[in-house]
Ligand binder design. Structure first.
Ligand SMILES: [Mg+2]
Length: 159
């Protein structure tokens, strides 16, 4: 049984999250890092705070200290970068500015996450999610995932 049209057009919330944010921001800045295992190290203690999917596949754990990884870095082709918060702030601002064009209500939730008010049929919402994902990739150069649901919790869960 299909829901009445009025139900399907209730306001929804989209949760947009940049994948592996610091590593993705470094790649947007330096495309030569694409496809390589990349980790970003904390400037305080030299532990991995972000891992690209390739770095995760190597079995590198979150919080793993650089001194433990360094002996195998060459063999893995691992790129380890120190944190560049100025760059991440700049990329974040560009992502949020772009997302703001898709909704009159945007809540910046963290440096790489936002909630947006959205409306439409399921097909329209799917198309909107895909359009936002493609636009952020094309214009800012970072990958995002989008989840849409009736509440923030469900939108985040859907993501
Ligand atoms: Mg993220």
């Amino acid at each position: 049984m299909s829901k009445p049209a009025v139900m399907r057009r209730m306001p929804q919330i989209a949760h947009v999250d940049v994948n592996c944010f610091y590593a993705s921001a470094e790649r947007a800045f330096n495309p030569a890092l694409e496809g390589r295992p990349v980790i970003v190290l904390s400037n305080n203690d030299g532990c991995a705070v972000t891992r690209s999917p390739e770095a995760k596949r190597l079995g590198i754990a979150m919080g793993e200290p650089w001194f433990k990884l360094a002996p195998r870095a060459r063999e893995w082709g691992l790129v380890a970068l120190s944190s560049n918060y100025e760059l991440y702030g700049d990329i974040s601002a560009r992502v949020m500015e772009l997302l703001g064009r898709y909704s009159a209500w945007l809540e910046v939730y963290s440096i790489d996450e936002a909630f947006l008010g959205v409306k439409g049929s399921p097909d329209e919402l799917l198309a909107l999610g895909r359009a936002m994902k493609a636009a952020v990739r094309r214009n800012v150069g970072v990958p995002v995932c989008v989840g849409i649901g009736p509440t923030k919790t469900l939108a985040k869960l859907a993501n």
